[in-house]
Ligand binder design. Structure first.
Ligand code: AMP
Ligand code: ZN
Length: 464
C-alpha cells in the first residue's frame, strides 16, 4: 500500500524494513481525562492503517504508549486528591473501554511512561555524554538543538524562517510549548514543590522526565533504532516528533522512523474543539444522545485523513442511515449467496475499487463510497458469485473496522430450501420469465416467506 509521508512529502510504498513484520509506533493518550472524539479520529485512522496492512497479508507490531506522567496528569491528579498512579489508572481503563466500543484493535505493546523512567534516564545520560544535552543550575537537563543539524527537517523549519542556530540557551521547560518557538527543550525536570510526591532520583538530582523523552525511550526499548512508521495527530509534528527524532538519533544512531503518518485534526461545527467553547465531545456524550460507537467510527473515517474533518451531530444521523443501507445491501447479497467460498478464492470483485482506495493513501471516504457501488454491481450476482462478493465486502468492512448493525429483532435464519426457491425466482425474473417467477413467489408465500424486489436484488422476510 502507498501512504503519504510527512518527512519527504511524497506518497511512498509501505514495506517492512526487515521484510517480515511492519513495526510501528503511535503516540498514545495523555490519561488525565476522557479522550475526546478528536483523539479518536487519530486512533481510529491508525487502527484502519493496521487493519489494511493485515488484511493485505502483512504481519504488524503495533506499539502505542500511555502518557501517565506530565504537567497535566500531575496537576489534575492533585486536584482530584488521588495519587498519580490511581488517577491515571482510572483514565486508562476508561480509554480502553472506549477503544473497545469503537472497535480498535489492542496494540501489541502498550507501555507507560512511569514504568520506563530508568530507560529515560539512560537515554539522557547518553545524550549528555555525547554533548547533545546539558544540565542547568537547578538540576534540569536540556537538549541542545544546535548540536543536531537535522533539527527541523520533519516540520520543515527552514521554510518557517525559524533558525535553530539562533536559539542557544533559549529554553522551554513546559511539556507543551508554542508552535513557533524553537528552543532547547527539557529532558529532565528538576523537582518543584507543585510536583508533590511525583519525583524520581537521577544523576542530576530529584525530578521527572520531560514529556518528549518517553516516546524515544519506549521506542528504543520495543522497536530499536530504526522502525517502519511513526504516527500521531498533526499537532505532534512540531515540536514533539521533531524532538523525538533529535533525542533518538543523537542517543542511539539509526534512522528512527522510516515513514511519518500524521492525521489532520477533527473540527467541531467548523472550529477547534475546546472545553471552554463547550463543544468538546467524548464517546459517552454521544452515547447519551443515543448514537452508537459504530456511528461515530463511520463519521471519523468518512473524511480523508489529510483533510480537516468537520464533525456535526447531523453527520452522525447520516452515518446511521448509511450503515443501515449497507446492512440491508449485505443481507440481500447474503440472501442470494450460495455454495462454498474459501477466502483465498476471494478476489475483491465488485469491491475491488473500495479495496484499492484503502491502498492508495488510506482513502477511507472513497472506500466507503466503493462499498455502495460494489453492492450495486453485485446486484446481478447469485450463488457462488454472490457468496464471493459478500466475502469481499466483509473483507473491506473488516479493514475499515466497521461492524454492520443487526436487523432489529435479531438476524433471521433462512432455510436452504427457501433460499433455493428465492434464488430460482430471482433468476426467472432476470430472464423475464414472469409466469415462473410468479409461481415461485406463490410457493414462497405458501411457505411463509415474502419477497421484496429492489433494483439490484431482493430481500426475503417472514410473511405477516
Ligand atoms: P493527547 O491525549 O492529547 O496526547 O492526544 C492523543 C492523540 O490525539 C495525539 O496523536 C494527538 O495528536 C491527537 N489529537 C488531539 N486532538 C486532536 C483532534 N482534534 N483531531 C485529531 N487528532 C487529535
Ligand atoms: Zn510521542
Amino acid at each position: 500500500m502507498r501512504l503519504y509521508d510527512t518527512l519527504t512529502r511524497t506518497d511512498r510504498e509501505l514495506r517492512p524494513l526487515d521484510g517480515k513484520m511492519f513495526r510501528f509506533y503511535c503516540c498514545g493518550p495523555t490519561v488525565y481525562g476522557p479522550a475526546h472524539i478528536g483523539n479518536f479520529r487519530t486512533f481510529v485512522l491508525q487502527d484502519v492503517l493496521r487493519r489494511v496492512l493485515e488484511t493485505g497479508g502483512m504481519r504488524t507490531l503495533h506499539v502505542r504508549n500511555i502518557t501517565d506522567v506530565d504537567d497535566k496528569t500531575i496537576r489534575d491528579s492533585q486536584r482530584a486528591g488521588q495519587s498519580l498512579g490511581d488517577f491515571t489508572a482510572g483514565w486508562t481503563e476508561k480509554f480502553h473501554a472506549d477503544c473497545a466500543k469503537l472497535g480498535l484493535l489492542e496494540p501489541h505493546i502498550e507501555p507507560g511512561a512511569v514504568e520506563h523512567i530508568p530507560q529515560q534516564i539512560a537515554m539522557i545520560e547518553a545524550l549528555v555524554a555525547k554533548g547533545h544535552a546539558y544540565a542547568s543550575d537547578d538540576g534540569s537537563v536540556y537538549f541542545r538543538i544546535s548540536s543536531f543539524p537535522d533539527y527541523g527537517k520533519l516540520s520543515h523549519l527552514d521554510q518557517r524562517e525559524l533558525d535553530p542556530g539562533k536559539t542557544q540557551n533559549v529554553r522551554a521547560n513546559a511539556d507543551e510549548y508554542e508552535k513557533d518557538s524553537v528552543s532547547d527543550f527539557v529532558l529532565w525536570k528538576a523537582r518543584r514543590p507543585e510536583d508533590g510526591g511525583n519525583f524520581w532520583q537521577s544523576p542530576w538530582g530529584e525530578g521527572r522526565p520531560g514529556w518528549h523523552l518517553e516516546c524515544s525511550a519506549m521506542i528504543r526499548e520495543y522497536l530499536g533504532e530504526s522502525f517502519d512508521l511513526h504516527s500521531g495527530g498533526v499537532d505532534l509534528v512540531f515540536p514533539h516528533h521533531e524532538n523525538e527524532i533529535a533525542q533518538s538519533v543523537c542517543a542511539c544512531g539509526g534512522h528512527f522512523a522510516a515513514h511519518w503518518f500524521h492525521i489532520t485534526h477533527l473540527l467541531v461545527d467548523g472550529g477547534k474543539m475546546s472545553k471552554s467553547l463547550g463543544n468538546l465531545y467524548t464517546l459517552a456524550d454521544l452515547e447519551q444522545r443515543g448514537f452508537t460507537p459504530m456511528e461515530l467510527r463511520y463519521v471519523l473515517i468518512g473524511g480523508h485523513y489529510r483533510k480537516p474533518l468537520n464533525f456535526t451531530l447531523d453527520s452522525l444521523h447520516a452515518a446511521r442511515e448509511a450503515l443501515a443501507k449497507l446492512a440491508k445491501g449485505a443481507r440481500a447479497l447474503a440472501g442470494r449467496a450460495g455454495g462454498d467460498v474459501t477466502l483465498d478464492r476471494v478476489d475483491f470483485g465488485p469491491f475491488r475499487a473500495a479495496w484499492d482506495s484503502l491502498n492508495e493513501d488510506l482513502n477511507t471516504p472513497a472506500a466507503l463510497g466503493g462499498l455502495f457501488t460494489g453492492l450495486r454491481e453485485a446486484g446481478q450476482l447469485s450463488g457462488n458469485e454472490a457468496a464471493a462478493a459478500l466475502a469481499a465486502m466483509n473483507r473491506v468492512l473488516r479493514a475499515l473496522g466497521i461492524v454492520l448493525p443487526e436487523e432489529t429483532g435479531g438476524s433471521i435464519e433462512i432455510p436452504d430450501e427457501i433460499r433455493r426457491l428465492a434464488e430460482s425466482r430471482w433468476q426467472a425474473r432476470l430472464a423475464k420469465n414472469w409466469a415462473e417467477s410468479d409461481q415461485l413467489r406463490g410457493q414462497l408465500a405458501a411457505a411463509g416467506w415474502q419477497v421484496k424486489d429492489g433494483k439490484d436484488g431482493y430481500e426475503l422476510t417472514p410473511a405477516g
